[in-house]
Design a protein around this ligand. Structure first.
Ligand SMILES: Nc1ncnc2c1ncn2[C@@H]1O[C@H](COP(=O)(O)OP(=O)(O)OP(=O)(O)O)[C@@H](O)[C@H]1O
Ligand SMILES: [Mg+2]
Length: 224
């Protein structure tokens, strides 16, 4: 599902943000990625999303070889991945419903499907009552759930989240990871970057630790 093989990434030929990363994440796994600030976590995520390409090495995600991927194949690949960011990145001029619907509209599915799918996902995330609100009119935790709804609505094989709980309080952080856990139980692979060790400790998942661009630990992850 995800395979990094001898991956290096340097910015401007200078900073070695990632060095010789080799790892595999199987379909259906839930993985936390932890490490100090500047260790390379976001670089790892951006490589996964093909926002960046490796300086050296190969990587494969959801059956796509990202290194030699043609530009026109990128949209199809991106549709296999749902992304959640720390700062939510909702569209402020669109309602909750339209923020989620928009993610489907761009994939070209029928409006009939959208009218069925969006309420289903909003309901799943406890947002049914917020459909007509704008992002500014709901709480941070609710905004993050909208971001999660948007990431899920395409039914992606993989959810990638870079510090999704960085801007919400601890109880809500737990709730967001709990939701990711539920989603994972239904078969979706989850990769989540966090620096909240208490959160990691509450869920018994595989933990990949990155330090100074290298994977220094990879533990847990026994699946039942
Ligand atoms: N666009 C860029 N240009 C140059 N250097 C960069 C760029 N982005 C990141 N870096 C450097 O690469 C290294 C890894 O950065 P990265 O953003 O991956 O760290 P991180 O683990 O996500 O940190 P944080 O926990 O603070 O988000 C750091 O030394 C950083 O300064
Ligand atoms: Mg980061």
């Amino acid at each position: 599902m995800i395979r990094f093989d001898g991956v290096f990434k340097s910015y401007d030929g200078q900073v070695d943000a990632l060095e010789d990363v080799t790892l595999q994440v199987d379909r259906g796994e839930f993985v936390f990625v932890v490490g100090p600030s500047g260790s390379g976590k976001s670089t790892f995520i951006k490589l996964l999303l093909r926002e960046l390409t490796p300086t050296k090495g190969t990587l494969e995600v959801n059956g796509y070889k990202l290194g030699d991927m043609r530009r026109r194949d990128i949209p199809a690949f991106r549709r296999t991945v749902g992304v959640v960011f720390q700062d939510f990145r909702l569209i402020p001029t669109k309602t909750v419903y339209d923020n989620v619907a928009f993610a489907l509209q761009v994939t070209g599915v029928s409006s009939k499907y959208i009218r069925r799918r969006v309420p289903y996902i909003l309901d799943l995330l406890g947002l049914a009552g917020k459909a007509k609100k704008y992002p500014m009119e709901i709480s941070g935790g609710e905004q993050q759930r909208v971001a999660l709804a948007r990431a899920l609505v395409n039914n992606p094989a993989l959810i990638v989240a870079d510090e999704p709980t960085g801007n919400i309080d601890p109880e809500l952080s737990f709730e967001v990871v709990d939701l990711l856990n539920e989603i994972n139980r239904c078969g979706t692979t989850v990769v989540m970057v966090t620096h909240e060790h208490s959160l990691v400790a509450q869920f018994h998942k595989r933990v990949i630790t990155i330090d100074q661009g290298r994977v220094i630990a990879d533990r847990g992850g026994v699946r039942l």
